[in-house]
Design a protein around this ligand. Sequence first.
Ligand code: UDP
Length: 458
Amino acid sequence: MKNNQSFPTLGVRGTSADLGTGSNLVKTTHEPTMNSRTTKRIALISVHGDPAIEIGKEEAGGQNVYVRNVGEALGQLGLQVDMFTRRVSAKQDVIVQHTPNCRTIRLEAGSLEFVPRDDLFGYLPEFVDNFLKFQQENGYSYPLVHTNYWLSSWVGMQLKKIQGSKQVHTYHSLGAVKYNTIENIPLIANTRLAVEKELLETAETVVATSPQERAHMRQLVSTKGEIEIIPCGTDIERFGCIAREAARTYLGIDKETKVVLYVGRFDHRKGIETLVRAVGESQYRNSGKLQLIIGGGSVPGQSDGIERDRIENIVKELGMNDFTTFPGRLSQEILPTYYAAADVCVVPSHYEPFGLVAIEAMASGTPVVASDVGGLQFTVVPEETGLLAPAQDVSAFSCAIDRILNNPEWRDELGKAGRKRVELKFSWVGVANQLDELYVKVLQPAPIPAKEVVLVSK
Ligand code: UDP
């Protein structure tokens, strides 16, 4: 694999191409301090995943949901949370206030247009510059930055070098895992792998959202560095707020219909083709009582639009048009109704570091059939809250879906157990509390080494 993307340099402040040590970088005048005002102010950085935009289209998915919900929940705990992202259009507001303590701040980096994440690395120095400028203009700096995805991790590493910000990081996806599951390795791959390794070895703590993700970090990224497991969460009041019957009435689906649901982005790695082919093999396919709902937005001509066209063609080829619907992007307001109406929610991803959709469905009392990969092995307990099937195995998915459709009582038991599991482990409030504890730990001054302690006898 050849890599011809070089590490970018910091425009205004950095002059050298080598950012390895950061020693040549001009430091800001606002050194982070440990006083009570600044320790309560944190920055969540999510360069390509804007927490304030519509979810479910193009590249907007789990990361956007995670950052927004973590930010808002931390805000409720009393922290001042600023979520930094890249501005992609002149029409976008620069600052979006979510709650009194939590806002999104959009910084310019490159032209004001959507840029696919694989092409964003070269714009990061400008992002860092504008972050520093923002701090300077506002008269404070962030003692702790929680970065999301490898692009933001690079930004966080520069802030660490420039002003000593402590860094907590959530990967959301690991290059080392992703590149094992795709055919066309992008040019940026080597850079990403190097950044992900440096990050794990230098950040104060990396948050793994599942034990499986932690194992991958250790096996594929580095044996060095601090890792703590704190899962993703979900809104347990929103998901689970409506009963199956009411949801079906609202959506115009009758009681007898067997409803199989997919929610997510149109991306080849989401495995929607496996789901469609599995439903095509279902014993209910000619019953006249089956409905397959494939929810998620797409933009014609963009990569998600192309994947949606491909999936629609497979549906057509298999003669499944009359019982398959594509409702498009589903808002977070309407999603609980779709989850509640379904008999089973299917998450057929080739790989999934966590998979928010699985816990949203479980919180809604709906069993999940998911690929036996990554975080899905952590969230879905086979035979208790749903079933796992080998990724891309059409027959296994078909059998698992039919087992649940065949037995409504068991479906309800699985649904109840799923709801309970989410309440116990995956609420945003619980996640925010764990993150808050982690931040406090990370911001604690390092203990003075024993030999430097001078004992004065009275
Ligand atoms: N989502 C949504 N509307 C849609 C499709 C998806 O709000 O039409 C949300 C979904 O509810 C979930 C997120 O997008 O919160 C997808 O997260 P997940 O971790 O399952 O997948 P990712 O997009 O991160 O790969």
